[in-house]
Design a protein around this ligand. Sequence first.
Ligand code: 1CP
Length: 319
Amino acid sequence: MRQAGRSLPEYRKLREGVAMLDACARPDMIAEITMQPVRRYGVDAAIFFSDIMVPLKAIGVDLDIKPGIGPVMAEPIRDLAGVRTLRGLEPADLPYVSEAIGGLVGELGDRPLIGFAGGPFTLASYLVEGGPSKNHEHTKALMYGEPDVWAELMQRLSAITLEFLRVQVAAGASAVQLFDSWVGALSAEDYRASVLPYTSWIFDQLSGLDVPRIHFGVGTGELLSLLSEAGPDVVGVDWRVPLDKAVQRVQPGTALQGNLDPATLFAPWSVVAERADDILKRAEAAEGHVFNLGHGVLPNTDPAMLERLVEYVHEKTAR
Ligand code: 1CP
């Protein structure tokens, strides 16, 4: 999840005067920011510091990540000519990614590094809307109104995403997570027809790399079975569906990740502990569980709460 920037003073200090996308292109900053939550919280895995928009920037899309807003495009893409400006991603487009991961893997030792990329619907939404969107209206208009243009957009984005993940695994990432954060905006029928074929293709291509593959989206209660059908090893669940119910919606043998509501961390510790217990109990029904929040850390979260939570989950799950 997006986490470091939202909770750590040492992150904010390091980022002072450095734009998000510049930080994502500097191996020294990438490595340091990736390590900060590992040092502070002692989490079991590190998540690579980058952003889902980095590969699009790397192929020349004119975009920025604005503080307090998120990704913003200079020109939204809404037609075939626009879609055709999206060229393929080459490893040489992001040498800083391989360099940073190479260094990190040595520093992390046995602790896994999770690489990641944006899912095709979520990337398409930023490109087509021109920025963050609540209703995804231009994206859906294109999806419903121009299926051929949509198909070409999804094919190009899927190939870019796959290459971004391949570069990370080649450099030493030991797991990958595909964040199709905003697919919860779609009905199951629309997801199946217009997104599933592309995410299935991505997971299929990744299966040859022999690393665990995680798939996550927000508000996906009605889509969990389809996210699982796409073929990941682990399905990330937000806080809206209890894990023992989520188990019944995913394919047999699929592990779950989640799912504490990030807002819980603003309540008293006794509530946090109770909710964490409940998640661990319900997760016993799953074929494997990665304890996590149900979405990213909220901006004003007290780092002391997260520290205590990690310690608590470690105590509860120690064998
Ligand atoms: O924080 C970390 O170290 C993890 C690295 C990470 C990850 C996994 C970042 C850094 N971004 C992401 C993924 C990401 N980016 C997702 C998928 C996961 C999720 O749903 O949280 C999405 C949707 C984005 C797009 C994005 N980038 C947004 C969301 C805007 C919206 O539509 O609401 C924002 C705010 C960003 C900026 C960003 N990326 C990462 C950080 C730490 C930040 C915060 C801004 C900053 O520090 O300047």
